[in-house]
Design a protein. Structure first.
Length: 204
């Protein structure tokens, strides 16, 4: 493995952790955007969790397709950058969107689910493409596939746990939800920038 390949591998694992943290951190923030309009009951949490799981499924399927057509870390970087842009507009548009859904459709499970989808589905689907593409980029032979996949998804899951706990117990009590969203968007943009700046690695 060349030096540039080692640098890229290290960066991909770091980004896997960060993307995992932001992904689950934003799910926790999603509750803060939804609760004032749709309440904090089990229905709201069911909508949030279901939307996150659907977004990840979409991202995994999309990522597995993209890696065969665009086998480069710039594919990941582009997806992360678009997700960052989406998060950056959430604080200024969420209240208007939530109010519109509530007033036009009302309360109940369907409006809550629609609000969750509008808030979370696009950025989390984009972030979900990371893991399958990263696995494709990091795998150098069929013998490496299982090991690489385990490490990528393991690191990402550790990031999930970290993001959930950090956002819930530290960030939300000390920083406003909108400010946290901006920080998440900036963090993702920096990750995308780092990936754009590394030498292109393509699968064979």
């Amino acid at each position: 493995m060349t030096t540039s390949q080692r640098v890229l591998a290290f960066l991909l694992y770091c980004v896997a952790f960060i993307v995992g943290a932001v992904l689950m951190g934003f799910e926790m923030l999603g509750s803060r955007y939804l609760f004032p309009y749709f309440g904090s009951g089990s229905g709201t949490w069911a909508s949030l969790i279901s939307t996150v799981l659907c977004a990840l499924a979409i991202g995994y399927f999309a990522g597995s397709a993209l890696i065969t057509r665009y086998p480069s870390q710039r594919t990941i970087a582009t997806a992360i950058l678009i997700a960052a842009a989406y998060l950056a507009v959430v604080p200024s548009t969420a209240d208007t969107l939530m109010s519109a859904i509530m007033h036009k459709i009302g309360y109940g499970e369907y409006p809550t689910l629609l609000a969750s989808i509008a808030l979370l589905l696009v950025p989390l689907s984009l972030l979900g493409t990371f893991s399958p593409i990263a696995v494709g980029l990091l795998t150098r032979s069929t013998h490496d596939a299982g090991r690489v996949a385990g490490i990528v998804y393991g690191v990402s899951t550790i990031g999930n746990v970290f993001g959930t706990l950090l956002t819930t117990f530290t960030l939300i009590p000390t920083i406003g939800s909108r400010e946290i969203t901006y920080y998440f968007a900036l963090t993702l943009a920096l990750c995308a920038g780092a990936l754009f700046l590394t030498p292109v690695r393509r699968t064979t």
